[in-house]
Design a binder for this molecule. Structure first.
Ligand code: FES
Length: 115
């Protein structure tokens, strides 16, 4: 069961996701890919590449970027912006880790579901 605090919702433990891996969280606003970097930072982005809808959760995490598995576009995990010559952006959701739990911003999820 998810624990809801005032502004954040816990979606699991940091240890649930391997370093440089991702896990998909289903929300009313669609699937969100939650990534863990080699430095134990977490980022949450839509699990849908803006190019042709590739599953970013299956991409390769390197540094604070992810490479889409379909056509190798690279996105900055913090901003969601495509890197290099490619243009586009993935919607991001604020994410953080507290006491080993991964938390996503409820407001961001709610506004996406509404929009
Ligand atoms: S679908 Fe992601 S790069 Fe083409």
């Amino acid at each position: 069961m998810n624990v809801v605090t005032k502004d954040w919702v816990a979606i699991g433990d940091l240890s649930d996701i391997p370093r440089q891996g991702a896990r998909v969280v289903k929300t009313d606003a669609g699937c969100i890919a939650v990534f863990r970097t080699v430095n134990d930072e977490v980022y949450a982005l839509d699990d849908r590449c803006p190019h042709k809808g590739g599953p970013l959760s299956n991409g390769i995490v390197h540094g604070s970027s992810v490479t889409c598995p379909l056509h190798n576009w690279v996105f900055d995990l913090a901003t969601g912006l495509a890197q290099g010559a490619d243009e586009g952006a993935v919607l991001t959701t604020p994410a953080k880790v507290e006491s080993g739990k991964i938390l996503l911003a409820v407001d961001a999820l709610a506004s996406r579901a509404a929009g």
